[in-house]
Design a binder for this molecule. Structure first.
Ligand code: C5P
Length: 242
């Protein structure tokens, strides 16, 4: 394969220059990190599974009218995406108390929330991604008020859709993180869903047993990480050929 220019290397993915202007190739690594890089490891086959799972979920979301950066999967570890300007805000949507929310308010994990909670975090590794409010986002110009309205509306729609999709395969969508980007087309800008959606950035619990089928298995040294990611892919009907 021709040598491509690497544009960015993140914790779990690498971005390369794409074949046409305005496109990028997103490569999924097996590397896993947690607690902002303090814990590092490798999950064999994770990149292959996340590439498939994210392709599947982005495609389903595209079908219901959510604009995304995803174009098509290229091979086992790579997908073609549209180049976007990432909004430096991580959007976390929570349906059930877990993780940092459980810790912050000393509420038991698994407690149902009467309504979904949307939180924002400033995407800045050096600062450990601090939690922020809408006021910070607009005051510091990370997104305009209309962009933020769009991001919030899309996040809630994505949550409704994904909650139903996962329930259909016996999985509870506890919480997840989304990223958005600005896409320019014919001098018009629109906000699109970017990054990935996979067990790396969702909490997914088995509906019957509450078994964790996500990155918490790595964060909390629970073992069976590959198997959990494979189980999610298997239930979605997209387990890659071996
Ligand atoms: O750790 P916390 O409970 O705040 O995480 C909420 C959700 O956001 C989890 O599903 C987690 O996987 C995801 N997340 C992420 N990337 C981060 C922080 C959280 O994908 N930097």
């Amino acid at each position: 394969m021709a040598k491509r220019r690497q544009l960015f290397e993140g914790k779990a993915k690498v971005l390369f220059e794409g074949p046409e202007p305005g496109t990028l190739v997103q490569y999924f690594k097996d590397d896993a990190t947690a607690f902002n890089n303090q814990k590092k490891g490798t999950i064999t086959g994770k990149g292959v599974l996340n590439n498939r799972i994210s392709e599947y979920l982005m495609t389903r979301l595209g079908e219901i009218g959510i604009p995304t950066h995803f174009v098509r999967r290229l091979n086992m570890r790579e997908q073609l995406i549209r180049e976007v300007e990432i909004v430096p805000v991580e959007v976390v949507i929570r349906n059930i108390v877990a993780g940092s929310l459980a810790k912050r308010f000393a509420i038991e994990e698994g407690t149902a929330l009467p309504r979904s909670i949307v939180e924002y975090y400033y995407k800045k590794d050096e600062l450990d991604d601090p939690m922020i409010s809408e006021e910070h986002i607009t005051a510091f110009g990370w997104a305009t008020p209309p962009e933020l309205d769009e991001i919030m509306a899309m996040s809630l729609r994505i949550n409704d859709f994904l909650t139903g999709l996962f329930l259909g395969i016996g999985i509870r969508l506890i919480d997840f993180k989304l990223e958005f980007g600005r896409l320019w087309e014919d001098d018009q800008m629109r906000i699109v869903l970017a990054d990935e959606i996979s067990p790396d950035n969702c909490r997914l619990w088995d509906l019957k047993t509450n078994e964790k089928l996500d990155k918490d298995r790595f964060r909390r040294d629970l073992g069976g990480i590959e198997e959990a990611y494979q189980e999610v892919a298997r239930r979605l009907g997209i387990l890659p050929e071996s």
